[in-house]
Ligand binder design. Sequence first.
Ligand code: AR6
Length: 178
Amino acid sequence: MITTIKGDITGLDFDIIVNAANNHLLPGAGVCGAIFAKAGKELEKECQKIGYVKTGDAIMTQAYDLPCRKIIHTPGPIYSGSDQDEECLSACYWNSLCLAYDLLIQEKRERLSIAFPCISTGIYGYPHKEACQIAVKTVYQLMNEYPEARKIDVLFVCYLQQDYELYKEELSHYAFRR
Ligand code: AR6
């Protein structure tokens, strides 16, 4: 299932929540700051050990004091208006889903839940509508190419009403290919 809600991602007891991270995995502000604040100091320690993640790549950590089980950290692109923006933002969703699928296999799970924030649309300045279109397109692309990945339930968590409206509209245009 691929759906959307308006809300705070840090309160979800999902298998995985995704962090709109920075390359150095520092607490920062925005959704990232909220995740680090609620997860506790142990998350900072684990992230310090990892040290650096390239834009568009994704890594997984424990979730510590958060109600979810794991956190996937993926640094989105700082919007520049170049062709690479879309590629990098799409890679964030694609690579996060690949990690989620690895976990599903590793734990021999029937289903697994993952929640995404609207990566790059805050401090990193990505236009909301374009970012939403890339996010939804990428998730459907992966699940159409790899139908096994449909065992992953995806929730787009929108902090802003504006994003929630965009996701509802965008999702209404999509369905899985057979
Ligand atoms: N739950 C869900 N979404 C949220 C929450 C929340 N609790 N808080 C904010 N958002 P941003 P970016 C939304 O700025 O643009 C950080 O300092 C927000 O409305 O958090 O990828 C990092 O460390 C927006 O739609 O992330 C990086 O340095 C979305 O989350 C940098 O900012 C993303 O906004 C990353 O910038």
